[in-house]
Design a protein around this ligand. Structure first.
Ligand code: G6P
Length: 468
């Protein structure tokens, strides 16, 4: 155990900061701070010196930072053998577990679990072991540890073996697969994953639906007593209204709004906005197809609407994610060449990540399209109503976790049903202003009912239990 042992630890694959090596001579390190629910959530405990965030060094810059001893207070980055990491992160976490929980396998992407999978799985175990050992070394006696997500499913069990004194929690940011789908995994691996998670005192999920799916898998694969000793809880992470409103009214966002308005063209044009990391669960291609169908079947919208589609690169080491990005661009180009006119670009597609531009689009959107085939929560659906300047109609997939809280005032769709999605876009675009404003207000209230700080503290208090 180190001298300054931590009383609260968070572990996640991706940490709150990443490093980039500059092209200068000598090469220096540039730190980039990330955002997201966990970063905001942890801010609730203030600058507590006894808190530590353990994360992986993900790129060359991060590795160099670890080698040079560069780091942030309260963050411990671990550099794991690159081959082990590639297999654990790209191979198991983002190719297998992500696909299982989001039910993304389809011909020709059916899984085959052979020797390559077994090698990757051994590396996933090693990856989880490295995290467990670091946490065990850094935690004060009786400390609380909250482990995040599917990259680290085995950590609770492994850590429990090393440190029986800790209070261990795990939180899943993804959906959980239905038991029949989860059973695509080799039996021993499926059981090992569940047992790994059950090493925790408490397991958190974003919705009741995902918590119930996990419980069903445990009962089915491990028997009716599997959950004895582990509590499950539901914490539906909400939007961080304070942060978002302040950030979205800075000058750089106003500049982006002006630039977007120029791309949209005429002042009377409506905008349909979507913002996603580009990966298959987000269902961007079907979203574009629905928009194309709208233009085809409702010609009155031609020249009168622009689709702002921001599809930011994600997990580009993997061919399946890269190919999806190519397909998104292809379909967008096709729509533009079929319907575009000299003064009107039907789809404005942006592929470079730009947070200020995303916020700008939330402020001016008339309609937001959030149509994942499956999603743990989807914060875009919650952030748009909070930031909308003039009210925004939300077209939302019933398969997003956010549907549990937003279905009363969003226009709900089956994400596979392109025709229904096109019709929902039409309804959203046609919604009277007063109705749109009233719905947006109710959506914003529902979206902010559990802000990240409370989301985190609720989990922590539940994990620590009543003070003795
Ligand atoms: C999802 C996962 C997170 C992950 C994020 C970005 O939201 O639940 O754990 O960090 O995607 O994916 P990446 O692979 O870039 O970390």
């Amino acid at each position: 155990m180190s001298d300054q042992a931590a009383k609260l630890l968070v572990a996640s694959n991706r940490g709150p900061v990443s490093y980039r090596l500059t092209d200068t001579h000598p090469r220096t390190l540039e730190a980039k701070r990330g955002g997201g629910g966990l970063v905001s959530g942890l801010s609730a405990i203030g600058s507590d010196a006894a808190a530590l965030w353990v994360c992986a060094a993900l790129g060359d810059g991060d590795r160099e930072a670890v080698a040079r001893g560069v780091g942030e207070p309260g963050v411990r980055m671990i550099a794991i053998d690159p081959e082990v990491q590639a297999d654990a992160y790209n191979g198991i976490a983002n190719s297998v577990l992500w696909f299982v929980h989001h039910m993304l396998y389809q011909t020709p992407l059916e899984p085959s679990f052979g020797p390559e999978f077994r090698r990757q799985w051994a590396h996933y175990e090693a990856y989880n072991q490295a995290f467990a050992e670091t946490l065990a070394a850094e935690a004060a006696p009786g400390a609380a540890v909250i482990v995040q997500d599917y990259h680290l499913s085995l950590v609770p069990g492994l850590l429990r073996e090393l440190r029986g004194d800790l209070r261990i929690g795990h939180f899943s940011h993804t959906p959980w697969a239905p038991t029949d789908y989860f059973r695509l995994l080799p039996d021993d691996v499926a059981r090992q994953l569940l047992r790994g998670m059950l090493g925790a005192d408490r397991l958190g999920f974003l919705t009741r639906r995902w918590a119930d799916a996990f419980t069903a898998c445990c009962t089915d694969l491990l028997g009716p007593d599997a959950l004895d000793g582990t509590e499950t809880g539901v914490h539906g992470l909400g939007a961080d209204a304070g942060f978002l409103r302040e950030r979205a009214h800075r000058p750089d966002v106003d500049e982006r709004i002006a630039a977007l308005r120029e791309q949209i063209g005429g002042p009377d044009r409506r905008t349909v906005v979507r913002v996603d990391r580009t990966e298959l669960s987000k269902n961007i291609v079907r979203g574009l197809q629905a928009y194309r169908l709208l233009l085809e079947t409702r010609p009155e919208w031609r020249e009168r609407v622009v689709h702002l589609a921001f599809a930011y690169p994600s997990r580009q080491d993997l061919a399946v994610y890269r190919d999806y990005m190519t397909e998104v661009s292809r379909v967008a180009d096709e729509i533009n060449s079929t319907y575009g006119t000299p003064g009107w670009t039907p789809v404005v597609l942006h592929l470079e990540d730009d947070f200020a531009r995303s916020l700008a689009s939330y402020r001016i959107a008339d309609v937001a399209l959030v149509n994942p085939v499956r999603d743990g929560m989807n914060l875009v659906a919650k952030e748009v109503p909070v930031l909308s300047d003039d009210g925004c109609a939300l077209v939302l997939s019933r398969e997003a976790g956010a549907a549990a809280e937003l279905s009363d005032d969003a226009l709900m769709v089956n994400p596979y049903d392109i025709s229904a999605t096109a019709e929902a876009l039409h309804q959203a675009l046609s919604m009277p202003a007063a109705e749109r404003t009233a719905r947006t207000e109710r959506l914003a209230a529902a979206a902010t009912s559990l802000p990240p700080q409370r989301w985190f503290l609720d989990q922590l208090n539940a994990l620590r239990g009543p003070a003795t």
